[in-house]
Design a protein around this ligand. Sequence first.
Ligand code: GLY
Length: 854
Amino acid sequence: MRSEEIRESFLQYFRQRGHRIVESSPLIPQDDPTLLFANAGMNQFKGILLGKEERVFKRAASCQKCLRASGKHNDLEEVGGDGFHHTFFEMLGNWSFGDYYKEEAIGYAWDYSTRILGLPPQRLWVSVYQDDEESYRIWREVIDIPEERIARLGKKENFWMMGELGPCGPCSEIYYDFKPETGEGFNPDSGRFSEIWNLVFIQFSREESGKLSPLPFKSVDTGMGLERVAAVTQGVGSNYETDLFHPLMDWLREISPDGDLYSQRVISDHIRALSFSIAEGVILSNEGRGYVIRRILRRAARYGRLLGLREPFLYKLSSPVVDLMGGVYSELVAKREHIALVIKAEEERFGETLDLGMELFSRVAQRVKGQGGKMVSGQDAFKLYDTYGFPLDLIQVMAKDEGLEVDLEGFSSLMEAQRDKARKAAKFGLGMQVSLGKIPTTKFLGYNTLQAEGKIVWLKRDGESLELALDRTPFYAEQGGQVGDRGEISAPGLKIRVDNTIRRDEATIHLGRLVVGQPREGMEVIAQVDESRRKGMERSHTATHLLQAALRRVLGEHIHQSGSLVEPDRLRFDFTHFKGLNPEEIQAVESLINEKIREDLKVDTYLSPLQEAKAQGAIALFGEKYGEKVRVVRIGDLSLELCGGTHLQSTARIGYFRLDKEEGIAAGVRRIEARVGEKACRLAMEEGELLGRLSQLLKSEPADLEERIRRLLQERAALEKEAQRLRCLSYCQLVEGMVKRATVMNGIKVVREKVEVGSREELLQMGDALRGELGSGVGLLGTVLGDKPALLLLVTRDLVSERGFKAGELIGKVATLMGGRGGGSPHLAQAGGGDVKKLDEVLEGLPSILEGYL
Ligand code: GLY
């Protein structure tokens, strides 16, 4: 079966059985601080599984993009070693949220595997959690699997958890047997078996304390690796030989015909992870997500070297990925150039140090092995990391290839010392760490009101610092770039100043300080948002939508938001584009926005099913979930975006838009900073005032200022020229005197003078004048610049060619007399540093040094 047939037949199978077909959630989770990348199909249903989100449907199925290269599920090290592990992969899954349970889940999985995929039942083995008698019984009695093909395994294999926290439960897995003829028993690690489907019976939530709390209802969460199923149904022994990888492996085999399979597998795996994550806007960096992706890229680049690929090559392989997967994942097609550009920039950047680092490493490895050692020191590893940009896991891979290990303790302590330094250098102003314990859901009222009554339902206090949640609140919690509200929460005898508002799961947390009183859970309070700040935010947010629309009109539809920050009357917008904006483009964007502000377009917000909103052309970020309804913000006919933020009712209230700054922040990503409303007006006013002051200073009308400054600059250039001429004249007189005072050694004129000049430049000019006057000879000029000594030594051309004098060499010796250093060409050399008081000594010392040459 081709991979697209598998995807389709799976979804159809479950659609026919009452499952809602849900789109893959983004690889980059938008609202789960516990997760860097989607690692399972169940991620987007976490709220439902935990009973925190409404169950708008009880059965679902999807094909989910996953990346397992960090956190609890990390397969990075396995990639390449066998044909079945990946960083990026697609997971087919079906779910029951408190609906069917073990018997149906097992029945569906067996039926789909054997009847639809056509897998021979005698090749399928299953495992169950050691204590799960029910699953065992179902496999044994209902499905009729022979006893010897059911394994009971422990917690490590058969108790599934999404992360350290969250939904979990015992699981049961289906394995495919590639070599039944061996006749041996079950060993999941032997390479003979491929685990194709995992059925998890979600019953618990793992709390921070480590406790497993039973959930309000039991769920089914399954995951089947598309690549593995493709390998099995396509009759090949490895995922890398399926249609999902074939074009990538072929490409690599073509450019590295003698390359090793391991490297080729790693690269073809990594390029998929890179393409998908960069398409979703990951920016390579040194922390978090950006670093996970940078590490993957650098590993791939290093494996490329092992294949003999010295030039950037990965970026070229991204296009075959887009060709292969773009039909199913249109975000790849939209970002084709962007993906290649980002990868190429990073390959070039790392390429410069990759060779040096690899060479350094091989010297280290030889040294260690030569001394009969087994360990690469923390210091060597840290140098590779810090100076050459090698991720630690890559250093470990390289060490392993040489049969060595890395001193991780040594490495960590150097790392810690560096972090310590950075920590001391950085200023910290962040709010308190917020606990992830269960906090009741908050109802948000802030689209329509800035003041509301509510009840304290959760409270955490540390001295005067408070974190609290209400059952309902008008406070907007930081999200989608819009920063959190500030304001006040009060009740008779109680006053709390709210400094920030953030979101945790479905709850809104107010962070602030107790001004007076004793807050308690259950207390009724009044929550009042700081109105003028919120209005400023709304001006910025609505202007941000206008900006995105204007950029698309002026620059093209390829513009996509890759980040944004909405603050009171100030905004920042990051977007994909290949080059800087020219002044005309900037002006066009700014004018268009101000025009739309004057047109006073109406801003409508409404809820709509996701598919409908997308069909109308709404710009979606990648954060939208399957949720029944999404919030749409429409501005006239100009802009349609999915957005949960707060907005003005019409554009005129923005007042005025000023673009402050446009710059590149990463390959293919530009950033615009702008001001609106009062801040934009103030900026214009300040600029007006500045013009006024300048006009006064230059005794000119503002309109004539430009001409006036142009003239001043011309006059200044003429004066400089004149000054130069006069300086030359006076140097000529000066050097005449010097040459007259010159001593003569063996027929060679030697000038030694202490002079007064204002700069190194003037010293050089004086040297030129001296060379002209001297005709044939050696000149040494000494001066004090700032409070440091400076020397200039010149040798005329004839003495260089006929007598072999070298100014560069001479000055080195001369400079040591004052403890300084210098160098230069045979004709001209300079020196500095050392003791300024020894300048006279230096000048006097020249003859004896010259004697050695005569
Ligand atoms: N959530 C099931 C799995 O990832 O295997």
